[in-house]
Design a protein around this ligand. Sequence first.
Ligand code: NAD
Ligand code: MG
Length: 390
Amino acid sequence: MKRITVLGATGSIGQNTIDLIRRAPDNYDVVAVTGATNIKQLIKDAIDLRADIAVTSDETRLAELRDGLAGTGIEAAAGAAALIEAAARPADWIMSAIVGFAGLAPGLEALTHGTTLALANKESLVTAGPLLMGKAKRLGATVLPVDSEHSAVFQALIGEDITAVERVIITASGGAFRDHPIEALANVTVAQASQHPNWDMGQRITIDSATMFNKAMELIETKEFFDVSASQIETIVHPESLIHALVGFNDGALMAHVGPHDMRHAIGFALNYPDRKTLPVERLDLAKIGQLNFRTPDPARYPALAIADQVMAEGGLSGAVFNAAKEQALDHFIAGDCGFTDMARVVQTVLDVMLTREGLQNATITLDSVREADAMARALTSEEITDTKG
Ligand code: NAD
Ligand code: MG
């Protein structure tokens, strides 16, 4: 029996993970499930999976969680400390699928027992890649990527020597506005930005796909996870999103990972690793698909990509600043405080200002220093957005 914990169980990745666990309940012993505001779902999952403990990050919802679990023998807990405590409970496989910077601390904690960490929370690598990967190495923990692109690269690299890799090509769908007139982007709505052309994901990552902030994060994620240089990483727009990534080797070969739009592939690969087991995903009919298309991303449409290059070049805490500014700008966009194109503009400004002011390039990455940079970048982002509005 594999002991499993799912951090962010009630979200899109969490629910897909639970779908796979439910199909083979006898193989898994669920330790902890965590969520935030969807307490009904958290209660249901905890009971269905017979978890030891269910945790909500929202302390005001503890009573509701406790009531829902009364008589089941399942522990209920709430708040940041409880989340950390649950993440630190011994488990063989822990899914890190909390959205945003909030996922970093529990993910770091999850490494404590040298476990296998299935990493969907890309913010952990963007804000603190060296910290997370360094801790995993020290403790003998295995980190497996659960982003579809990174799972694809990981699979293309099995049995290969990383020194034979010339380039890693990350594909991008192009998001909701890949064919929208650039001049009209400033006026698109939150509802329009929340419709992904190919995938069904959480709202935040869907909007991040439209700006390509998601891809920007993934470029940084690639650098941190695979230890390749920024100059080796390329982005290509591939509207069908069937090739998730390609690895180019020194003999000119390109290894492409092709698969359906279904996160249960990347999750299932990580769950069964190092084995491959049958997964309930669609089998592609290539003749029916007919053709696959590729285009170079237009830097004017997707300024986020140049920001990622800058973050990779600067290093240090610039990833933490970038991520915080991006998350904060996204909050403001969702709240209706700023326009779609303001997000990239403000993130760029905050990054530039903080890099000149604070000397973040050379700072040591610790949970505290990342938190500090995160808080400063968020404050500055809100200021910048308020100033522009006023
Ligand atoms: P989601 O919004 O659907 O779910 C997020 C989960 O985190 C929920 O369980 C929620 O309760 C929890 N949560 C939210 N705020 C929290 C907080 N402050 N503290 C603790 N828990 C909190 O998000 P998602 O789409 O499942 O994405 C999860 C992570 O996986 C993100 O980092 C995302 O970038 C990454 N990812 C998602 C996909 C996808 O297809 N959805 C693909 C690749 C990577
Ligand atoms: Mg991805």
